[in-house]
Each structure stands twice: as C-alpha cells, then as structure tokens.
Design a protein around this ligand. Structure first.
Ligand SMILES: [Zn+2]
Length: 138
C-alpha cells in the first residue's frame, strides 16, 4: 500500500512540524483513494487545540468544513498528519486508538525537531491490523 504525496505538500507539512516544535502539529490530507493507493492532493494544516508535545486534537467543526469542501470537489479526507517532536515516527498507544477508530484512513507521522526532520512514516488500520504505507513523493 502506498501514500503518494507531492513534494511541495510534504515540504509544507515538514515546515509545519519544525515550526510547531516542541508541540505536536496536525493537519488533514485531502485527496482520493484508489485500491491500495492513497493520493494526497492537498495538505491542510489544522490548529492543535490541545497545544501539547504528546497529543493533538483538531476542532471537529474545522474537520467538517474541510471534508465538505473536499466532497464538493469529488475528493475526501484520505488521512491525517501529525508530528512527533523529538521522538520517532512510531505508532504510539494513542495513535493506535485513533487508527482503529478510523479504519482505512492514512496516518502520516513526522518525527521532527526545530531544525531537522528525523523520520517520516505512514500507517493505516486495515483488515484488523496496522500496516505501514510506503511513502512515494512526486
Ligand atoms: Zn502520534
């Protein structure tokens, strides 16, 4: 399974991750899913209303507005992104809970410090397990 994302969108997400350090940043991935491929056509930054270094939460009204706008263009929310400030891009216990709540939705995690992107990984919960997605930048 793959997550395809444009270089400029990934760069914007990585900038957001570094600028938010030491807090987690978060956002939405708008696009479409075809078979085993998640295609990201737009990265939409969101405010982390938790303002936490270990947790994030988005305003549900904002998420709903992004979804409505995506659907009006024949797209959907294919995933979410968030940063792990200073720690690896592994699936935390909280991440696993979210993944199970949102089966079939891609979960992009950026491990970042103020200066550096350490790691980027993506996952999805499908067929009763968490699977890693190959990230393809184009
Ligand atoms: Zn996480």
């Amino acid at each position: 399974m793959r997550l395809r994302i444009k270089r400029e969108d990934l760069s914007a997400i990585e900038r957001h991750s570094k600028q938010s350090f030491p807090l987690e940043c978060c956002g939405l991935l708008v696009g479409r899913r075809t078979g085993t491929e998640f295609e990201v056509l737009e990265a939409v930054p969101a405010e982390n209303v938790k303002r936490s270094p270990t947790l994030f939460e988005m305003d549900p009204q904002f998420v709903h507005a992004v979804l409505s706008r995506a659907e009006s263009r024949g797209l959907t929310i294919v995933g979410f992104y968030h940063s792990h400030p200073g720690v690896g891009a592994y699936v935390s216990g909280k991440d696993a809970e979210f993944l199970k709540l949102w089966p079939g939705v891609a979960w992009l995690i950026i491990s970042a410090t103020r200066e550096l992107i350490e790691e980027r990984r993506a996952y999805v919960y499908e067929g009763d397990e968490i699977r890693e997605l190959k990230i393809e930048v184009y």
